[in-house]
Design a protein around this ligand. Structure first.
Ligand code: GLA
Length: 370
């Protein structure tokens, strides 16, 4: 990232992410395995001499003004909250950004479970680093962006998305231990590609279901007498039905099982054991659908259809859920064909074409002077 202050127009590109496995466990101190994708949010930034920020998107004809002379406050359900929250966070971290204009563009669908909000937050923080000269450091930047999402967007998210964007490593997924925040880059394995298919139903984490799941996990951990569900292994839950009501037991079963699946998945990738890779992804999806109740009929259908597609090694819903995308690992040699077969089957079953793409693991946010 630039240590020098940039005073001319520049562009920041921050990638989205797809999570391969480890879903809804980041806020339970678990392991996650996201990877940055070749789909980005871009901010075209023009520094200003005054204290005004003017935000524009191609979709939204209105310009959103922010006045840096006063503290910024959240607006009800508005995308500019991601930018405003990060500006406030940077100011708290000691940066004093000048005014700027920013045109926001994205090759990343919003509401697709691919972290378009984290990409916008990290792009904003990176733009502020460039405008001020100086670096926040990747971990501090990720945490500041997560705080913006909590405070300004009202979503009590974990650390996965912002870490996946800030620490993005070309060619690698990231095995992130959300308790210690240590990261191990994980190569995908020879001959495999990542396919992302949008089910065409949008999700909105601010609707409250996400916060409810998080609260349920905290309650389950409390009743089981542990600081977090990370402190348990699957065998600990056998016989726990007297301690937890059925819905909390189901939530805990998902989290504890999913945390255990992540190192098993990393080992299966390293061993090139495609059978185990597929079985772990299938178990993850089943657990998210049945125990965690965050899937939807469209995601379930895509996952079912993908099972019969030649070249498809494994698949599951990815991201927060309630819509969004399915991630599939496909054989490189048949990747394109597998994608087309699946998308055609989904279109004929549901009449929906939500879009799809194959992606390699992308690199971290980048700044280019225009
Ligand atoms: C959203 C949140 C993440 C994570 C996922 C589910 O993307 O922002 O912190 O909890 O959902 O794994």
């Amino acid at each position: 990232m630039p240590a020098e202050r940039i005073t001319v127009p520049f562009t920041v590109a921050a990638p989205g992410r797809v999570n391969l496995i480890g879903e809804h466990v980041d806020y339970n101190d678990g392991f996650v395995l996201p990877m940055a994708i070749e789909r980005h949010v871009r901010l075209h930034v023009r520094p200003r001499a005054d204290r005004r920020v003017l935000l524009r998107t191609g979709r939204d004809p209105e310009t959103v003004p922010l006045d840096l002379a006063a503290p910024l406050v959240p607006r009800r359900r508005h995308w500019s909250n991601y930018v405003a929250g990060v500006i406030e966070g940077c100011r708290r971290a000691g940066h004093d950004p000048p005014g700027f204009e920013a045109f926001v563009e994205a090759t990343l669908p919003s509401g697709g479970g691919l972290s378009s909000s984290a990409a916008l937050e990290v792009a904003t923080a990176t733009a502020i680093e460039a405008l001020c000269g100086g670096e926040l450091g990747a971990e501090r930047k990720a945490l500041l962006c997560q705080a913006a999402e909590h405070e300004f967007a009202g979503v009590p998210c974990g650390i996965m998305d912002q870490f996946a964007v800030c620490f993005a490593t070309p060619g690698h997924a990231l095995c992130l231990d959300c308790r210690t925040r240590s990261i191990v880059p994980v190569p995908l394995g020879a001959g495999l590609r990542v396919l992302v298919i949008n089910c065409g139903v949008k999700h909105s984490l601010a609707d409250g279901a996400y916060a409810t799941r998080r609260a349920e996990c905290a309650e389950a951990a409390g009743r089981l007498g542990v600081a977090s569900l990370r402190d348990l292994v699957p065998a600990d839950l056998e016989g726990a039905d007297g301690l937890l009501p059925p819905n909390l037991l189901a939530r805990a079963r998902h989290v504890v099982g999913e945390i255990a699946r992540v190192p098993a998945f990393v080992a299966a990738l390293a061993a090139g054991d495609r059978g185990a890779v597929g079985a772990l992804l299938a178990a993850s999806h089943r657990s998210l659908a049945l125990d965690y109740a965050v899937s939807c009929p469209e995601l379930d259908l895509l996952v079912d259809l993908a099972e019969g597609v030649p070249g498809s090694v494994g698949r599951r819903m990815t991201g927060g859920g309630f819509g969004g995308c399915v991630v599939a690992l496909v054989e490189e040699a048949r990747a394109e064909e597998a994608a087309r077969t699946l998308v055609a089957a989904y279109r004929s079953a549901r009449g929906i074409d939500g879009g799809w793409f194959l992606t390699a693991a992308a690199g971290p946010p980048a700044v280019t002077v225009d």
